[in-house]
Design a protein around this ligand. Structure first.
Ligand SMILES: [Zn+2]
Length: 244
């Protein structure tokens, strides 16, 4: 999300919205109210992108699986239905395609949303020590803790599996039973895989992710997959390399 936020920032920050169109009924009032407004700031926390317009209007976006931001030259006279929002700035139109969450907020609403999210692992204030401190408060299996955006924000399903593999920790392990140096190693691995993907332009290195049944690059045994948490999210791991 950091890469997308930075790109949107380069295109929109400081610009005046000359026109705004939407195909969503719930965004029509917003679209009207930001015509002529300035884009003050674009920032992210975890996987959420926030756009701030003058005066005190905020738009929260979560792309989930299918949402995208696209930029086209010129104006769009008619929006295709999959285009939820089109922001016209100068001779460029920046549009959100397929949402998937677009929520209009005032300043209090923004603060509530920011407070509901845990430490952003890609933020400047993040450190190995702060990740350890956040994980230490949790009792659930680590495969679930890492996806809990109220604990740490920004870690997705790929980063979860890859970080646990690099730290050699079983996804069902609980932080309370791990030696401090192993918890520190996990924090370091989280930062490693997140920044590795950032430097690769958003691409992930799959050491275990979606490799169930294939050979582990480290030990040659077969990668396994389990489902964890209420949402039954898939976690890929090596049953030999990764121990509780
Ligand atoms: Zn292995």
């Amino acid at each position: 999300m950091k890469l997308i936020t930075e790109r949107l920032g380069r295109q929109l920050q400081g610009q005046v919205i000359t026109d705004c169109k939407t195909t969503r009924d719930n965004l029509r009032v917003f679209a009207q109210s930001i015509r002529g407004a300035r884009v003050e700031r674009i920032f992210c926390k975890g996987k959420h992108i926030f756009l701030e317009f003058s005066p005190d209007i905020f738009l929260q976006n979560h792309l989930l699986m299918r949402g995208r931001w696209r930029t086209v030259k010129g104006r769009l006279l008619l929006l295709p239905t999959e285009m939820w929002l089109a922001l016209e700035v100068g001779n460029v139109t920046v549009s959100n395609v397929n949402g998937q969450v677009l929520r209009v907020l005032d300043r209090d609403g923004l603060q509530q949303q920011l407070d509901s999210l845990g430490l952003d692992v890609m933020s400047a204030e993040c450190s190995r020590e702060r990740i350890v401190a956040a994980m230490r408060r949790e009792e659930a299996p680590l495969g679930e803790v890492l996806l809990d955006q109220s604990v740490l924000s920004g870690i997705g399903n790929v980063a979860k599996s890859e970080a646990l593999f690099l730290a050699r920790i079983h996804p069902q392990a609980r932080v309370s039973i791990l030696r401090p140096e192993r918890v520190a190693k996990l924090a370091e691995s989280i930062l490693y895989v997140m920044w590795e993907s950032y430097r690769a332009g958003g691409r992930w290195t799959h050491r275990v992710y979606r490799r169930a049944g294939m050979r582990c690059y480290e030990c040659g045994n077969r990668i396994a997959m389990i489902r964890q948490g209420k949402q039954r999210r898939s976690t890929y791991f090596c049953p030999v390399c990764q121990i509780v």
